[in-house]
Write a protein that binds this ligand. Sequence first.
Ligand code: TYD
Ligand code: MG
Length: 424
Amino acid sequence: MEEPVLVHPPSEKLRTQMAMAAGNTPVLLKEVSIYQEKRFLTGIGEFDRAVGGGLVPSSVTLIGGDPGIGKSTIVLQVACALARAGLKVLYVSGEESVKQTKIRADRLGQLMNENLFIVNDIDVQSIIGHIHELSPAVVIIDSIQVVFLAEITAAPGSVSQVRESAAVFTQLAKQKGIVLFMIGHVTKEGAIAGPRVLEHMVDTVLYFEGERYSSYRVLRTNKNRFGSTNEIGVFEMAANGLQEVSNPSQIFLSERAPNTCGSAVVPILEGTRPLLVEIQGLVARSAFGMVRQKAQGFDQNRLALLAAVLEKRLGLNLVDKDIFLNVVGGVKIMDPAADLGVALSIASALLDKPIPANTVILGEVGLSAEVRSVAQPLIRINEAEKLGFGRCLLPSNNLKNKMEKPKHIQLIAVATVKEAWDKL
Ligand code: TYD
Ligand code: MG
């Protein structure tokens, strides 16, 4: 549903590129000096990690997320931290009044100082005026969906307004070397433009995720021109703002009841970070001859495939059974290294035999029930060791490759799902 716009030449992407390239002449690639870009650290470790080790000048970061998830809270904490570090920060709050933001800052217990400016404005031209006047090093637009350019007839929040306003701010950030943050709400209705329409024109895209009724929040990097993607930062929403969770594995495992049938612990990798999560499987006789397979936090198709492998290759009787799988703590697993853990969790639930509580399980499962090697086994094993696990089931191919052996954790190599089950 795009509203009619008067004129559109050239596109916002092209203009951003033109602005970046303005005044450049061709140089020999081999003569380009590569120096380490200076990065600004916020001191909020989980945030610095998510943006790839600090903020780069002239970089544009989009922070997306559901309404109420904590986007304004995190940017305000970042703003205060950067201001304390001596950078001049302009926080443009279009959604809340200046007083509301002050109340929030007081709640966060952040000390105000001479560097943090705030303005309640939604007119792009007038915001640009503030930027020229103040010359801040950091600008935050909260949110991009409420600001508008007067020369575009469409309403604020429409695709054309969001795109054009973002393009104008991006250009300015590139010209003036400003660290720019734009906040965007993820909307389910297509009528209002969500952060997706901006992803191509910014340098970094962060999504703030979490279950509404859980206090944990994950800041996930979807795109990063200055660092690796799939990095995550983990926070807990407390009464005084977002607190860093520097050891998420411990929290995800904290409520685990030992020796429960169907419970398995897998060390997955999120970007460069190992994370231990608990998988819970439940198998029940299905009523009415309609078999159900449901997964929370794990790919449904992958679950069906693993169930078929267990049925066919291990002779487990799952035909008339409902299978439910849950990943604890609202974590979403993409890592194939969790396959074996999922398979064994289902087997454990079906056969009513618990998986020993001191064991973690690692391995991708193929269609003939073979256990395939996983990427970066050592960081995962070290994380398990750090949290006091004593045994790790892992693909035999991972052990064949010369690997430094950890001291306090016993490594058990397995080649098939059957062998893994037997060795448990
Ligand atoms: P907010 O940052 O306003 O969300 P967004 O900008 O993504 O819409 O945060 C909203 C929720 O966070 C709100 O329901 C209250 C809660 N909250 C806390 O629990 N503790 C706090 O210290 C703050 C500031 C907010
Ligand atoms: Mg907000």
